[in-house]
Design a protein around this ligand. Sequence first.
Ligand SMILES: [Zn+2]
Length: 420
Amino acid sequence: MKIAIYDPAPLRNDYLTVKYLEPMIEYGKDSGRDIGKITSFDGVANAHILFCSDYYTPEIGEKLKNNNNKIILFDINDSSYINNLTKLQAIDLMFKFSGIQQTRGSDELRISDNFEYTKQERYFIPDDVEWAAYVELRDSGRLLPMLYAPFYHCEVEHIPYEQKNKKAVIRGGHHYLRYHLFLNLLKHGLINEDSAFMTRVYFSDTMDERFKYCPECLSAFKQFNKIPYSYYKSHQRWGCNNPHMDWQADELEAGFFQNHGNHKWNNRCVPSFYKLTEEFEKNNGPVDWPLVENALNGEFIADEEFYKIINGNLLYGDYKWMFSVDIPPRFWQAASAKTINILPAWTRNQVQVPFLVEGDHYLTFEETFSDIDKFNSITKEQHDHITNKCFELYNLWINHDKYKAATHLMDHIFNNIESI
Ligand SMILES: [Zn+2]
């Protein structure tokens, strides 16, 4: 069997090349396979051809099939969605860099004008024809999940349960749902100074003008090296704005908190998040403002420091938008540090590789946060069970030595290609 990899320069996706395609060629040759790169689809016949789905068109599909080839795609776009679903009839196999959705929809958080949390089902693929194409692809075995490995492996010290802070760490961009998760963990005493949103990058001179914070925030930052809550309190009427909403209005407009279309909140100026926190406080009781101020003025840290933060705490939480990559590289980073990942309940609606089981490999919280308090009573048995199981998977599927990918992962890919 001849396996041909099409990955021409300029590279479409460096991550895919370095972490998957190059190691596969290297390991494939070492294990006696007939594998190599091609720079064009012209004249290729009787081969299993693997390439990034960005290059796929129905015309290319037809041409390759006419020459008796098998088509294998890697689909990677930071979400669970697949483009051109109804045009993939010619393909033999797609490895999707996310989980594979099993249910028609998942529950999405809704936030009312008086800050009540409810949930409502939203379809993964609303269009019936496209959904049928997805189900056909999935149930015929031609659509398989692919794990999203962290770029680097780090040797991380493992801290025993007894010595860990019994807190949850939230780190990342200040995305709307992630921030609500932070607030709800804070309310239940599950947050310490290790949680932070990387807002500082938006003050940097090199930041793209479209994303940079407003001049008012920039000048406050220059003065205090952060946006202090006290400064916000004394300057509530300033030029700081968000083109999508008026957070400084006396009367908040209807749907102000609505989560649907939350891009109006994601990564916006810090003061709007102070405003949001004040509204949360009105409905949920006092919040710990120093911890809020600390979290909202966070910055990127080196891997070494990052691992020291997550391995010293019991939990690592995330809540991105629906149908994103539920098990991203950060999940496996926490697994390597023996910290428990906590994720929204919708995570169980997708099948992953390696196969992950709620309770064995991760814990979930209700999309509405109604059960968040349970994370205050995680036992040593639970901790050891989950972190050991995840670490086992990390070592098998991700930790690597000679090649930049684990041989177990590459065996999985080759076995699936070779059994077409
Ligand atoms: Zn601003």
